[in-house]
Design a protein around this ligand. Structure first.
Ligand code: TYM
Length: 337
């Protein structure tokens, strides 16, 4: 039996937003009381698209600050950056040899990110999910909290684990991971377009609430958020084909740990301007203290680097032991200095 362990990662590409918080980081915080948790700043994933080195360095620190400011305890959990643990890249290579080209061709996120210019995308972007599987399986993690957009990558991780266990006759060596995805609010959408997910890379800053936005900006963004002319319905069926309305109600429900129908019974029949002012209040109440703490922590780089370095060393210990086992299972020998 593999020990229960949580692993998850966030790319240090700047502008962490309410979608990252409600879809992932809020769960990271809740899980720390129940599991041994490892949270990674996945800098090697970030470079699958070009990153300006100076910005990357500061985004890595900002991601550590965001984890700690959101309530992840760096003493109790492991917070580290992927580049500090070389075993991630080594295992990713092994998984490049386990995963099948047909599996990679099915990955929808690659198609979305590469867009029309697929021939010009980096090879790293194509094999990105294998590095993600390596992140998780290097620690033999059993549970992975993510937003819904990562679900297909976790299915691939399960396929890789099963194929490895089977190919090398080592039943149950890698655990078959369980995704932890919020059932009620798996995907927070853009404030400007209910068809698109809220994203760091969307051009309009009005499409998202960033963790560092101040009170006035949050209020402005919510006032400008797209809705429709109908009042708020009392029943969930009244939200059908009203993606923007559904999104705002979901955000409110998630922030208040309520079910959508509870929110509808409180606000049914009211207009959106009344609802938006309540929504603004609760977004500000949750996000502004986190944003203020991020800004405060960013002034103390040595505190952030110390935590990152401590976490990286703890991660290395587990990673080295497990990779040695994996090499042995595969018949590989690694001589060291
Ligand atoms: P990334 O950096 O794009 O996003 C970090 C986390 O935030 C979630 N998320 C959302 N959830 C709900 N609504 C949204 N609009 C939204 N936008 C982002 C993501 O699902 C994710 O959980 N490939 C991953 C990083 C990664 C990883 C891993 C995750 C690398 N290795 C191993 C888990 C385990 C990514 O790009 O996340």
């Amino acid at each position: 039996m593999n020990k229960q362990r949580v692993f998850s990662g966030v790319q240090p590409t700047g502008n962490l937003h309410l979608g990252n918080y409600l879809g992932a980081i809020k769960n990271f915080v809740d899980l720390q009381n129940k599991f041994e948790c490892i949270y990674c700043i996945v800098d090697l994933h970030a470079i699958t698209s070009y990153q300006n080195p100076k910005e990357l360095r500061s985004n890595i620190l900002e991601t550590v600050a965001s984890f700690i400011a959101s309530g992840i305890n760096p003493e109790k959990n492991i917070i580290f950056n992927q580049a500090s643990v070389a075993e991630h890249s080594e295992l990713a290579w092994i998984f490049n040899c386990v995963a099948r080209i047909g599996w990679m061709n099915r990955m929808t996120q690659f198609k979305e990110k590469a867009g029309k210019n697929k021939e010009n995308a980096s090879v790293g972007l194509m094999v990105y999910p294998n590095l993600m599987a390596a992140d998780i399986l290097l620690y033999k993690a059993t549970h992975v909290p993510v937003g819904e957009d990562q679900k297909q990558h976790l299915e691939l991780t399960r396929d890789i684990a099963k194929k490895f266990n089977n190919d090398f006759n080592s039943k149950d060596y890698f655990p078959i991971v369980e995704p932890i995805i919020s059932k009620d609010y798996p995907r927070i959408m853009s404030l400007r377009d209910g068809e698109k997910k809220m994203s760091k890379s969307e051009d309009s800053d009005y499409s998202r609430i960033n963790l560092k936005d101040d009170k006035d900006l949050i209020d402005k963004k919510i006032k400008k958020a797209k809705t429709d002319a109908e009042p708020i319905p009392s029943e969930i069926s009244g939200l059908e084909n009203r993606k923007e309305a559904f999104n705002l109600i979901s955000i409110y429900a998630s922030l208040n740990n309520k079910k959508i129908d509870q929110v509808l019974s409180d606000f049914g029949g009211k207009n959106f301007s009344t609802f938006k002012s309540k929504l603004s209040e609760c977004v500000i109440e949750t996000i502004c203290p986190i944003g203020n703490e991020i800004k405060k922590l960013l002034k103390d780089e040595s505190y952030l680097y110390t935590n990152l370095s401590k976490g990286s060393k703890k991660a290395q210990l587990i990673a080295k032991t497990n990779l040695k086992e994996i090499y042995e299972i595969m018949g590989l020998t690694k001589f060291s200095l």
